[in-house]
Design a protein around this ligand. Structure first.
Ligand SMILES: NC(=O)c1ccc[n+]([C@@H]2O[C@H](COP(=O)([O-])OP(=O)(O)OC[C@H]3O[C@@H](n4cnc5c(N)ncnc54)[C@H](OP(=O)(O)O)[C@@H]3O)[C@@H](O)[C@H]2O)c1
Length: 307
C-alpha cells in the first residue's frame, strides 16, 4: 500500500512511498482510508520526526476487516476514526473504541475534520458548560478548531465573539453563528465567561484580563510560538477565574472517543454542524496544502483525499 512518509532530508517534507500492510491487533479494525485532514500540530510533528514516519490522526473510510475480538463496526461500515499515527496511508489499523459509524449523508471529507479538531472544539467548550447565554470568545476562530467551536458554542446558546488575525479571515464566521467578529483579541469589549485560547503570547495574556470572575480561559494551543508573562495582578478584575490547560486526547476517558465522534457526526447529519473545508485536494498535493495551512491561508480545515 501507499503512504505519506516523512523525508526530512528530501526535496519535499513528505513523499508517497510503498509501505508494508498494517499489523492488525485483536482489538483493532482495519480501515481503508478515503480522506484525512491535516492539523497544525501534525505539521510540527513532521518537522520533529526523523526519516520514514507516517503521521495521521484524522481518518474517514470503510471498514475492511472487523476487529478479531468482535469489537467495533462490521466490514463495509463507513467510519470516522482517531488514530495516534499512520493515518496518512491507504489502510490503517485503529483501536475499535476510537471510531464511529457515519450517517449516510456525512461525506468522508466532512467526517475527516472531526477527530482532532472536532473533539477539541467539543471538549474545550465543555469546560464552560452550561453555555446558554454565556459570552464565549474564541481565538484562531478562522482555523480548523475555531470554525467548529464557533458553531458548537452558538448552537449551545452562547454569545460568540470570534477573533481573527486579519479582515479577510472573518469571511463566513457570522453565518456560522458568531455574534461578532473582531480583528485581534485586544478589540474585545467587556468580559467573557469562557475564552478558548490557542494563539499564545500576547493573546493569552489578554485572554486572562478579559475573563469574568469565576470564568475559564481554556488554553489548548500556542500557534504563535510566543511566550506569555502573567502575574497575580492580571486576575484582579476577575477573582477566582481559572486558566485551564487542555489536551483533547487526555481530557476525557478512552471510552468517550466513540460516543463523542458519533455525536459530532450526528450534528453534521442533522445540519447543525457544517465543517468548513477550506481546501480539499488529492493527497498527492500534500506539499502545497501543508504550506497553505502553515501560512494561515486555509479557512477551516484542509482535507486530502486518497485517490
Ligand atoms: N491541546 C489540544 O488538544 C489541541 C488540539 C487541537 C489543536 N491544538 C492546537 O490548537 C491550535 C489551533 O489548531 P487548529 O487545528 O485550529 O489550527 P489552524 O487551523 O491552523 O488554526 C489556527 C488559527 O490560529 C490563528 N493564528 C493567530 N495567530 C497565529 C500565529 N501566530 N500562527 C499561526 N496561527 C495563528 C490563525 O488565524 P488567523 O490567520 O485569523 O489569525 C489560524 O486560523 C494549534 O496550535 C494546534 O496545535 C491543540
Amino acid at each position: 500500500m501507499l503512504g505519506l512518509v516523512t523525508t526530512p532530508e528530501g526535496k519535499a517534507p513528505m513523499e508517497l512511498r510503498e509501505l508494508p500492510e498494517p499489523q492488525v491487533q485483536r482489538n483493532e479494525t482495519l480501515v481503508a482510508v478515503h480522506a484525512f485532514s491535516l492539523n497544525r500540530g501534525e505539521l510540527r510533528s513532521i518537522r520533529n520526526n526523523g526519516e520514514g514516519w507516517v503521521p495521521g490522526q484524522d481518518v474517514a473510510g470503510v471498514v475492511l476487516q472487523q476487529a478479531a475480538d468482535g469489537s467495533g463496526p462490521p466490514k463495509g461500515a463507513r467510519v470516522v476514526a482517531l488514530t495516534d499515527e499512520f493515518g496518512w496511508a491507504q489502510r490503517v489499523a485503529v483501536q475499535s473504541h476510537r471510531m464511529a459509524v457515519l450517517p449516510d449523508s456525512v461525506s468522508f471529507a466532512e467526517a475527516s475534520t472531526l477527530p482532532v479538531a472536532g473533539l477539541t472544539a467539543l471538549r474545550t467548550l465543555r469546560h464552560g458548560a452550561p453555555l446558554l447565554g454565556k459570552r464565549v470568545l474564541i481565538t484562531g476562530a478562522a482555523g480548523g478548531v475555531g470554525t467548529l467551536a464557533v458553531q458548537l458554542a452558538a448552537r449551545s446558546g452562547a454569545r460568540v465573539t470570534a477573533v481573527v488575525g486579519r479582515a479577510e479571515r472573518a469571511a463566513g464566521l457570522m453565518e456560522l453563528g458568531a455574534l461578532e467578529v473582531i480583528e485581534g483579541i485586544e478589540k474585545a469589549q467587556g468580559r467573557f465567561g469562557v475564552v478558548l485560547e490557542s494563539v499564545g503570547g500576547a493573546s493569552l495574556a489578554q485572554a486572562i484580563k478579559i475573563v469574568e470572575p469565576k470564568g475559564t480561559v481554556v488554553v489548548y494551543g500556542n500557534s504563535s510560538g510566543e511566550q506569555t508573562t502573567i502575574s497575580f495582578a492580571d486576575f484582579r478584575g476577575a477573582p477566582n477565574s481559572r486558566v485551564q490547560g487542555f489536551s483533547y486526547f487526555y481530557s476525557e476517558a478512552e471510552d468517550r472517543f466513540a460516543p463523542d465522534l458519533a455525536l459530532l457526526a450526528s450534528l453534521i447529519a442533522d445540519g447543525s454542524l457544517k465543517p468548513q473545508i477550506g481546501v480539499e485536494r488529492s493527497w498527492r498535493d500534500f506539499g502545497g496544502v501543508a504550506e497553505q495551512l502553515r501560512d494561515r491561508r486555509v479557512a477551516g480545515k484542509a482535507v486530502l483525499l486518497i485517490d
